[in-house]
Structures are given as structure tokens and as C-alpha cells.
Design a protein around this ligand. Structure first.
Ligand SMILES: Nc1nc2c(ncn2[C@@H]2O[C@H](COP(=O)(O)OP(=O)(O)OP(=O)(O)O)[C@@H](O)[C@H]2O)c(=O)[nH]1
Ligand SMILES: [Mg+2]
Length: 530
């Protein structure tokens, strides 16, 4: 950014969330009374900016770029940081440029709403009508269900589809915790309520509610494979128990190597005997796939599990959104669940797989998805692709939103809508990526993978075609066993796969799921070929 841009921002004066400070120093500005004044001013700016304030240092009250020497600038930034700390905010970005007698800085202050950076993204799966949407609706709103579908309306996918808001919306519901206590949302379909949650809570739990109906498997897979989930929640109705779809969804969650939580819901509909039987079926199913089920009966159990949660241990909770039983245990579990560490990923160049593309009036083209790695900032120059010829096109980031909450920047694991300039909407499709040029994406048409066949009626030979899901990609692919002539159900082996119509940006180590009719398999990309 050149000084012309800073000038453009400051010449219109202080406004909304923008504040000018010529300079700040510890002696005068960190004294109790003055400090309090400045802190409340910052709080006000943060509120105006929905959690983000912009301070210009080295700029006088009239917006003149005065400029500061290095040591005065350092001191001012230090004081600003101390003020932010006072109100539970922090400096998240500093951009400097030469102007006036030295330097001018544009400083972004952000409220630390996620003090531990905790934002869990939980994929909810399970058989059709087993009570997924109801459970999520009740947990996030605190409204009990009538047993005839009164709370699932909060998760109505159709409404969200039509709404076409800025944020990602694969029926995402959110609730959170503040100081350990749950904060529920009045109406998850209300944008303002959602944004308020993001602002208020210090820990957020977002649910991706999927669909249990078999023809919708594509969407279910997209909900589980296409997001950077932290956990998978498998819902099993006590009046029916695990079905083949339950098993299949569990298989997908496991293939993604996610920690699993099982909720046995609708327990108000059955007697103790039945609960015991279904509990046993669930335990057997989990043990069969090498997991250790653990019945959560008390708050202490929940605490024990969150402390010791790993890939192997699976909490099982009995619940009923109709009577409210088990919901307190779920709250306790979610409030304690730790975020898988994104530390390493957050240092890498920005990358997100595009899940949805919108055109929003007055905003332009918006792409949404879950950030896989790195950080994205407003105004940044990124690339998007690959096109069918394998190119990546330059784009500019105009705005960033999370659950309808405007942000200056966003990081790993956050579900965001990014409005961009530079590419036409019809040039973008699901499965493409948007990334920093340093990510160095490669457009891949052919790759090798190690796979396991879960279900297949006959044998899979050269020329077999299936739909392959990797991240948000869902594409017809041709499949060829490498070392064997064919593969059948239960087999594992290496294969070469080719996207039939176009390349995608994929990497070694990514998980994949493929399907065709009733056949299903899972695997890992091992080598990029061409
Ligand atoms: N009695 C009782 N009814 C429940 C309970 N949970 C859900 N239901 C009812 O079961 C029906 C199905 O619930 P949904 O939440 O729509 O099920 P789903 O798993 O989201 O279904 P799909 O999205 O179609 O896969 C609704 O009529 C709910 O009111 C419960 O704990 N007890
Ligand atoms: Mg549902």
C-alpha cells in the first residue's frame, strides 16, 4: 500500500471504527485515568467495528499524516497494545509506511472473543429422521422439541439456500460459551443473532448439519469431507438403533480421521430395556471399528473425556431434545472439548477449498468455505483456480465475513465468505481453491492413491468410473488398480485415478472418498502424476 492509500483512509476523518492518534507514550497515556478514557474510547471503536477497530498512529486529529520517528512509533504501538489488553482485545495487524517526519502505522485491533482461539466445527451425521437437526436446533437455541419437528426448522437447509447470505451456509448452526456457561441463540436463521454469538462468546461450537436420506449422500459427504471439521457427531435414534446408513456415515467420519461423539437420541420414546439394547449395538459397532466407547453419565465423566479425548475414545451420550435429558452433559462436553491444534497450519500460506459461490447484490462475487491453512486479510491479492486448462487467476479480497460477522482477517478452521474481485462468477466452481500465491498450487489431473473398498457388489477393474470426493471436490474419475488386476469389497490396494473432465488442486496426503451407486471406498492421495 502506498501513502496515497493511507491518505485516502484518513482524509475523511475519524469515523465509525477508525481512530487517529498522533502518538502515545507510557508516561502520560498509561496513567490510570487517562488510560481508562482511552480504553473506553477503544471499546467504543471496537463496538462500531463489530469487534475490529482501526487505529492510525502518527496521524493528527485532522487526519494529517504527521509521521513519527522509530522509537516514538514503537512506544506508541506498545501503549496501544497495553490499552487493547485492558479491554480484552489485541493488536492483530500493523502496516507501516513512510509519511511526514517518519512513519505512519495502520493498526488493527481485534476483540479477543475466542480467547483460546477455540472454534469447534462439528459435522453431524446419522440415518434419516434419527433426530440430527432437532438435536442441533435444541442445543443451539435451548428450545425443547415437541416430537413433531418443531426445532429442526432452525436448520432448514432450503431456507438457507434461498437466503444466499454472505457467509457459508451449509446449514451451519452455532452456539457458544462465555466464561464456561452456554450462550444460546434466539433464532439461528437470523443473521444478526448469529453475528452476535460470534462477538459475545469466547468459545464457539458450529455444527454442520447433514442429511440422512441416502440419495443425499453427496451432500452428506460434502458436509464431512468438504469442511475442516474438528469432530464428527453421529446421531442414533434409540427407537431404531444403528442402520446401514449409520455405519456408512461412521465409516466416512473415520476415514477423515476425526474424533467421534455418539448421541443416542429420542430416549423418551423407548423403555430402559430398549435403551440397553441399543447402547449395546452402538458399543459393538464402535468396538468393531477399533474404538473404545465410553458412556457419559455424569458431569465428571464429561470432564474426564474432554481431558482425555483422542481418536480412539468415543463418548456416547443418551439424550432427548423433547425432555431435555442429556443436554447438560452435551454442553459440558462441548465446553471442555479442545480444538485440534491449528498452530502449524496457521503459519502456512493461506488456502481454502471453495464450497459455495454466490453473487450478492452490492457486494459482487462471494466464495465460501472453511479455511484450511494460513490467514486471509482484507485487500490481499490471491489466486483462484484451477480453470479447466489448469490456470490460476489473480483475485482481490474485498470483504470477509464469518456467520454474517464482518472481519478484517480470518484464519484456519473458520467458515467464511470472501467477496472477491477479478474473476467472473461463472468461471468459479466448487472444488477450486483460493489461496496465497506462495501456496504454489498444482493443477492435477492424475494421481495415485491407497484405497480400501468398503462396499462393492462385484470387482473393480481398470476403467471403473466413480465420483471422487476430496475436500470440496466431487468429480467423475476413472479408476485403475495398480498392482492387482481387480479389487473387491474388503480389499485394500493402490490405484491410479484420473479426473475425467478437468484438473483440481490437490496434494499428497489428502483423504478421499469415492462412490458409485451403492459402492463406496475411502483412501489417501499418495502421489501426484500429472
Ligand atoms: N419424541 C422425540 N422425537 C424426536 C426426538 N428427536 C427428534 N424427534 C423427532 O423426530 C423427527 C425427525 O427429526 P429430525 O431432527 O428432522 O431428524 P434428522 O435426523 O435431522 O432427519 P434428516 O435431516 O431428514 O436426515 C422430528 O419429527 C422430531 O420432532 C426426541 O428426542 N424425541
Ligand atoms: Mg435434518
Amino acid at each position: 500500500m502506498n501513502s496515497r492509500n493511507f491518505y485516502n483512509l484518513t482524509r475523511r476523518g475519524e469515523r465509525k471504527n477508525i481512530e487517529f492518534k498522533e502518538n502515545l507514550n507510557s508516561n502520560t497515556h498509561l496513567f490510570t485515568e487517562r488510560k481508562q478514557q482511552l480504553a473506553s474510547q477503544m471499546k467504543y471503536r471496537l463496538e462500531r467495528g463489530h469487534g475490529e477497530a482501526i487505529y492510525f498512529i502518527g496521524v493528527d486529529d485532522d487526519g494529517l499524516l504527521v509521521g513519527l520517528g522509530k522509537s516514538t512509533m514503537d512506544e506508541s504501538l506498545h501503549v496501544l497494545g497495553e490499552l487493547a489488553r485492558e479491554i480484552n482485545a489485541k493488536i492483530t495487524d500493523v502496516e507501516k509506511q513512510t509519511a511526514g517526519r517518519g512513519e505512519v502505522a495502520k493498526v488493527i485491533i481485534s476483540r479477543q472473543h475466542n480467547s483460546k482461539g477455540d472454534h469447534l466445527l462439528i459435522g453431524v451425521a446419522g440415518h434419516v429422521d434419527h433426530g440430527k437437526s432437532t438435536l442441533v436446533g435444541t442445543l443451539t437455541t435451548g428450545t425443547l422439541d415437541t416430537g413433531s419437528g418443531s426445532t429442526r426448522i432452525f436448520l432448514d437447509v432450503q431456507k438457507h439456500e434461498i437466503e444466499r447470505g454472505l457467509s457459508a451456509d451449509l446449514s451451519f448452526a452455532v452456539y457458544g460459551f462465555k466464561n464456561g456457561g452456554p450462550v444460546r441463540i434466539k433464532n439461528p436463521l437470523n443473521k444478526r443473532d448469529k453475528a452476535f454469538m460470534v462477538e459475545k462468546c469466547d468459545k464457539l461450537i458450529s455444527f454442520v448439519d447433514t442429511v440422512g436420506h441416502e440419495p443425499w449422500l453427496r451432500t452428506t459427504i460434502r458436509g464431512i469431507v468438504g469442511q475442516k471439521l474438528s469432530h464428527g457427531l453421529l446421531v442414533v435414534a434409540a427407537d431404531q438403533g444403528p442402520t446401514h446408513i449409520t455405519r456408512e456415515h461412521l465409516g466416512i467420519i473415520l476415514a477423515m480421521e476425526l474424533p467421534v461423539i455418539v448421541v443416542m437420541t429420542k430416549i423418551d420414546m423407548v423403555n430402559e430395556e430398549q435403551i440397553k439394547n441399543i447402547r449395546q449395538e452402538i458399543f459393538d459397532l464402535l468396538k468393531l471399528v477399533g474404538r473404545i466407547p465410553y458412556m457419559v453419565k455424569t458431569i465428571e465423566d464429561a470432564d474426564f473425556l474432554t481431558e482425555n479425548m483422542n481418536q480412539h475414545l468415543v463418548p456416547v451420550i443418551k439424550a432427548s431434545p423433547v425432555t431435555g435429558e442429556g443436554l447438560e452433559l452435551l454442553d459440558q462436553l462441548f465446553s471442555g472439548l479442545k480444538m485440534p491444534s491449528h498452530e502449524e497450519d496457521s503459519q502456512k500460506p493461506f488456502m481454502m477449498y471453495i464450497d459455495k459461490i454466490y453473487s450478492v447484490l452490492g457486494v459482487g462475487t462471494v466464495v465460501s468455505g472453511t479455511i484450511r491453512q494460513g490467514k486471509v486479510k482484507k485487500g490481499e491479492k490471491l489466486i483462484l483456480g484451477p480453470s479447466s486448462s489448469g490456470d490460476f487467476l489473480p483475485v482481490n479480497v474485498k470483504t470477509i465475513e464469518m456467520h454474517h460477522y464482518r472481519k478484517e482477517s480470518a484464519g484456519v478452521g473458520e467458515v467464511v465468505g470472501i467477496s472477491i474481485a477479478g474473476v467472473e462468477m461463472d468461471e468459479i466452481r466448487r472444488g477450486m481453491i483460493i489461496c496465497h500465491p506462495d501456496y504454489n498450487p498444482r493443477a492435477v489431473r492424475e494421481f495415485d492413491a491407497d484405497v480400501a473398498i468398503l462396499v462393492h457388489p462385484t470387482t473393480i477393474k481398470d476403467g471403473y468410473e466413480c465420483i471422487t470426493h476430496i475436500e470440496t471436490i466431487a468429480e467423475t474419475s476413472c479408476f485403475r488398480p495398480i498392482d492387482q488386476e481387480y479389487l473387491s469389497a474388503g480389499d485394500t490396494g493402490s490405484i491410479r485415478m484420473r479426473f475425467k473432465y478437468r484438473p483440481y488442486a490437490i496434494r499428497e496426503g489428502q483423504k478421499l472418498i469415492f462412490r458409485e451407486g451403492k459402492s463406496k471406498g475411502v483412501g489417501t492421495v499418495t502421489r501426484l502424476v500429472s
